[in-house]
Structures are given as C-alpha cells and as structure tokens.
Design a protein around this ligand. Structure first.
Ligand code: NAD
Length: 441
C-alpha cells in the first residue's frame, strides 16, 4: 500500500492521531470536534500554563467548558503537551497559531514559521500538515513547503500539505464547528484528497477548492467583506447622525428586503483577532504584485477613527450635563471586543479607556466575562479590575459608556440609574430611555 493509501485508511477508520498546534480560540474547538467524531487528539502549545490548566480541569476560554477537556484527557482521547518532539506522533497536524500584525502593521509570520520549523524537525513519511491560521495567499507553499522539504521528504509522495481556513465564531451558540462548511485546498491533489477526507469525517460539509492559494484567498475575502461593510455602516452612522436619523432603525428597516441586502452594524471600532488584522495581510501581499487594495485601506481608516468619534460624543454629552471630560468618572461597559465572549484582543473598549484617560477622565470598566485586564500587546490594562454593576455604582459615574452589548447586562437598570449613558451598540434600543440621559454614538 502507498503512503497515501495507508494514511487514507487510518483516516477513514478513525485510527489517525490528530495533532493540533495552538490550543486557543480556534485549536480547542477543533480538538472537541475531532474527538467527538471518534479521533484521538494530541494538542501542542508553547504555553505550559494552558497545558497545566487543561489537565487540571480549568478553563482559559470562558465559552469552552474545561470539564469537557478534562473528561477527554481522563478517557485518553486527548492529551496536551509542550513537548514538540512528540510532533512525530500525529498522522495529521493542524496548525492554529496566531497570525498578528507586527509594529509596522505587516504580517507577523513568526508563529507560523516557528511551528513549521518544529514540525520539520520530526516530519515523517505519511504525515499530513494543514495550516488553519488566517494568512495571505501563498503562505502554505512559499513559507511552509520549503521548511518541510528541507527534511528530505517529498511533498505528495512522503508527506502532504494543505490549507483549510478556520471559520470559528467564538460565542456563537446557534452553530458549532461541525455545522460550518470547511474550505479545503491542497498543495497538490493527493494532499487535497487526504485533507478533504480528514475534515469530511468531522464537519457536515467540505468545500474542495483547486489549491491552497484559493483556500487562503477565500478566508481573506470573507474577512475583507466584513471589514469593508462594517466601515460602510460606520461611515453612514456618522452621516445619518448629522441628519438626526437613527442608523440602527434604518438598518432594521433595510434588512426586511428579502434579497440583495445583508445587515452589518456600526460600533465603536473593530476588535478581535480577525477583522482588524487579516485584510492587511492581503494589502501587504498585493504590494508584491503592484496591486492596490484601496477599499481595505479606506475601511481601515474609517474603522480606526471610530473610537475617536465615540470619545467626542462622550465629551459633547458630558458638556450638555455641565461636566468636562477632565475629572469625569466614566464607566466603560464591556471590555471584550464583542458580546458574550471573554476575548479582549484589539478591543476598541481598551482604546476608548486610553483615549478618555488621556483627556483626564477617571475610567473604570465592568465586564462579566473579563474580571481583570488581560495582558495585551500594545496596551497596559492588567492593573484594572471589573467593578460591580449595581444601582449605586451606576449612579456614581458621570457617564456610562456602552462599548460591548453583553446579553447578561440589565440595560433597563443601566438606563434607570446612570446619570448619562452613551450607547455605541444600540443596546438600549428597546429600553426605556430617559430623555437627554441616553445618547447614541
Ligand atoms: N479567534 C477567532 O475567532 C478566529 C476565527 C477564525 C480564524 N482565526 C485564526 O486562527 C488563528 C489562531 O487564532 P486563535 O484565536 O485561536 O489564537 P489564540 O491566541 O487563541 O491561540 C493560539 C495558540 O497558539 C499558541 N502558540 C503560539 N505559538 C505556538 C507555537 N509555535 N507552537 C504551538 N502553539 C503556539 C498560543 O500559545 C495560543 O495558545 C489565527 O490565525 C486567527 O486569525 C481565529
């Protein structure tokens, strides 16, 4: 039997051991789905604390219950390790490591490179390597293949390489990883076939594409689409605001059109690991081909300016109440970048806190998902703690700024007790809004 056939059999009989590199927001749900489909998983991470926490039944991602992984570990269906020498064990290795931007806002490929180098050290015949991290078209073939080839094995004969973008939407409850169709492109036809077979046993639908480059481009297009459309509604919000028209009401009405319109919502700025970052992976790569990506640049400009706009609205609203920003007590409601998750990466709330502090405001935050400020690449918020949200505490602030619309917050209570509310998410839409005390931004 050929190396490929042997691996295909191991996959179809669920004997293949699946390695997952990077046990974060993307890697952990993947482990859960592969285990649920009957595969055994070996998780790798460079962070020993994450491995220790998983083993001791603790969680570091709120919406993924730790007990589930503890049970999988006890049943020997899952193990987590920092020992990269064990990378020779899995039959398939799925890479879910970060792909951020560096200080110059260019792709930071350190994590993909170091992961590939670690895999390259122990690569053996019959291994399938799949990159899932979001990246620019060309990464799998241009960055990963040369490193893996250096081991002396031949792609498509000895080892196999593919790209399959992750489409995880943390916090979403109406859909699991299994329900989301998986786009798969191989570095060659055999790699494609094996990767399709692997994911086909786990997700409800595999979408084969002709190459890893198409799969890479597909993911970037999905995120550019969101980034540009969010920028559009953010700009329309500013425009309608001047006309005295509520943009959220407009969108609710527009979305009743049964075709040709998809609703996107304005906010205080972009957050998370994907939308503010991924489009710039494409702009960077486009430069190599002399191509321009003006929509991406413009969307970035508009979205990045949103926190400043919100702070101006806070200042105007405080002014109406006879208060300067300097010395005002402001409560930022929601630190996570979107509702019902504990992820603060690139969160506009953090930018809002900093901008308000720069203007002399005394800022606290409340977030039921984020009890204390987490370490961030460009911000220092680890000293901050979520303050309790009570009628008394609400009444003690000059302004409550709703930056994330977590579902568990009682917005009636907020509107009733806060002296002034600035709402960037339309969280108070259906609530009793005392005139002059609730301002949309
Ligand atoms: N979070 C999302 O909603 C989402 C959705 C779709 C795609 N993505 C993409 O998936 C990728 C991973 O994102 P995430 O949100 O899971 O990130 P994350 O930071 O939550 O997890 C990444 C994990 O990789 C680990 N890691 C870093 N370097 C490593 C290495 N060399 N070897 C092994 N592990 C290493 C980190 O310790 C961390 O635990 C990114 O490319 C992201 O753009 C994320």
């Amino acid at each position: 039997m050929s190396v490929m056939d042997e691996l295909a059999v191991r996959i179809s009989e669920r004997e293949a051991l699946v390695g997952v590199m990077g046990l974060g927001y993307v890697g952990l749900p993947l482990v859960r789905e592969f285990c649920a489909a009957g595969f055994r998983c070996l998780g790798f991470d460079v962070d020993p604390q994450k491995v220790r926490m998983l083993e001791s039944g603790k969680t570091y991602i709120k919406h993924l219950p730790a007990a589930h992984f503890k049970k999988l570990i006890a049943e020997k269906r899952f193990a987590a390790t920092i020992d990269m020498k064990r990378l020779k064990e899995p039959d398939a290795i799925l890479i879910c490591v970060p792909t951020p931007l560096d200080k110059m806002r260019e792709p930071d490929m350190r994590f993909v490179r170091s992961t590939t180098e670690a895999i390259g050290k122990t690569l053996r015949r019959g291994q399938l390597v799949v990159l899932e991290s979001t990246t620019y078209p060309g990464t799998t073939r241009e960055i990963m293949k040369p490193v893996l080839d250096a081991r002396g094995l031949k792609l498509e004969q000895d080892y196999f390489l593919a790209y399959s973008p992750e489409r995880e939407d943390p916090g979403r409850v109406d859909m699991t990883t299994r329900d989301i169709p998986k786009v798969v492109g191989g570095a060659g036809p055999r790699s494609a076939k094996l990767a399709q077979a692997l994911y086909g046993g786990v997700v409800s639908q595999v979408v084969p594409v002709s190459s890893c480059e198409v799969a890479e481009a597909c993911k970037i297009v999905e995120n550019v689409y969101r980034c540009v459309n969010i920028a559009l509604v953010n700009e329309l919000k500013l425009c309608f605001d001047r006309m005295g028209i509520d943009v959220w009401e407009v969108i609710e009405a527009a979305k009743t059109k049964p075709f040709g319109f998809q609703a996107f919502y304005p906010g205080p700025g972009l957050g998370g690991h994907c939308i503010p970052i991924d489009p710039f992976y494409l702009s960077w790569k486009a430069r190599e081909f002399g191509a321009t990506t003006r929509f991406i640049e413009l969307a970035g400009e508009i979205n990045t300016a949103m926190p400043e706009h919100v702070v101006i609205r806070v200042a105007e609203a405080l002014n109406e109440h006879g208060k300067p920003v300097k010395g005002a007590r402001v409560l930022v409601l929601g630190l996570a970048y979107k509702k019902d998750v504990d992820d603060v990466r690139e969160s506009p709330s953090v930018t809002l806190i900093e901008l308000l502090q720069q203007r002399g405001a005394k800022v606290d935050y409340h977030d039921p998902f984020v009890p204390s400020g987490k370490p961030m690449r460009e911000h220092k918020i680890t000293h901050m703690r979520s303050v309790p949200l009570t009628p008394q505490s609400l009444a003690g602030y000059d302004c409550v700024l709703i930056s994330t619309d977590h579902s568990s917050i009682d917005y009636d209570q907020v509107c009733e007790h806060a002296r002034l509310v600035v709402d960037t998410r339309n969280a108070t839409a259906a609530k009793r809004r005392p005139k002059g005390r609730v301002v949309k931004a």
